[in-house]
Design a protein around this ligand. Structure first.
Ligand SMILES: C[S@@+](CC[C@H](N)C(=O)[O-])C[C@H]1O[C@@H](n2cnc3c(N)ncnc32)[C@H](O)[C@@H]1O
Length: 273
């Protein structure tokens, strides 16, 4: 079972028990490597399991009414569907980060999760650094990216995505080298309405990630580093992250993108940057 991912009194993140499982004896050795790296045991009393099988690494709830597993999959499923049919530069996330003809900003996605938003941006031609602090989520993402690298169509897209496991507040605060033009944030949103339909992934991840209550600090740090803009994805009706006010927002059916501009991307790129 997992100990280090459990919350502490100071960060108030929830405690979840997670074990490692090989779904087939053929994966026992590789599963043991993941278990060692993430300090998981093969204890069967856990609430959740990180499972390794034919389809890669997946995170699953255990027990009779458990939801199906989740994994980072860039080749099939919803992400592939969006790649093929989801529209191009007209997508709201593309407009939010400032994609326009001839402009493909360098983006840090500082709350990477399973990398779906980052994948959309990489697919449109942006170079991406992804930061994820939850080691199990980062492991799922790393596995998904590695599997996708070998795919003829998706490989060149994920080759533009570099993953770092760590707390973005620390990593952005100590950034070395060229700062990113755009920093993209999509922190978990504190659940206010218990009856609201929460996506399966949110439900499964929340015991690991908590509600990302330090989002205001992350926003401040991002605003200090990004050269051109910070973009924050929120549920459509949710308040903006506490702190600086966004200059404007783009609203979709369920999500909203709050934009904190610093400099015009277009002007800088036209000047030869
Ligand atoms: C809602 S999910 C992001 C989903 C993602 N946009 C996607 O498309 O898959 C939020 C994620 O941000 C991560 N996160 C929140 N604050 C962070 C921080 N300060 N540093 C790194 N990761 C963070 C959480 O662990 C969680 O996995």
């Amino acid at each position: 079972m997992l100990t280090p991912i459990s919350g502490t009194a100071s960060d108030e993140r929830p405690v979840a028990t997670v074990c490692m499982q090989a779904l087939d004896p053929a994966f026992a050795v590789a599963a043991a490597v993941w278990a060692k790296r993430l300090q998981l045991t093969f204890d069967s009393d856990a609430q959740f399991a990180l499972q390794l099988g034919q389809e890669g690494l997946q995170f699953a709830e255990l027990g009779p009414n458990a939801a199906g597993p989740i994994r980072a999959d860039f080749i099939a499923g919803a992400v592939a569907h969006r790649r093929l049919f989801g529209g191009g530069n007209g997508q709201m996330i593309a407009k939010a980060v400032g994609i326009q003809p001839g402009v493909r900003p360098v983006v840090v996605d500082a709350t990477a999760g399973l990398g779906r938003d980052a994948f959309v941006l990489a697919r449109l031609g942006c170079a991406l650094t992804l930061i994820e602090r939850q080691p199990l989520v980062a492991a799922l993402l790393e596995d998904g990216l590695l599997r996708a690298l070998g795919d003829r169509e998706v490989g060149p897209i994920v080759a533009q995505m570099r993953l770092i496991c760590g707390n973005a507040i620390d990593l952005l605060g100590a950034w070395k080298g060229e700062p990113p033009q755009v920093i993209y944030l999509d922190p978990m949103f504190p659940q206010r309405d218990k009856s609201a339909l929460v996506k399966k992934e949110m439900r499964l991840f929340r015991p690991l990630t908590g509600a990302d209550d330090d989002a205001p600090e992350l926003l401040d740090t991002a605003l200090a580093l990004a050269t051109h803009r910070v973009v924050v994805k929120r549920p459509r009706k949710a308040p903006a992250i506490a702190g600086g006010k966004p200059s404007y927002a783009l609203e979709g059916n369920s999500s909203r993108f709050d934009i904190y501009p610093k400099k015009s991307l277009k002007a800088r790129l036209e000047a030869g940057d």
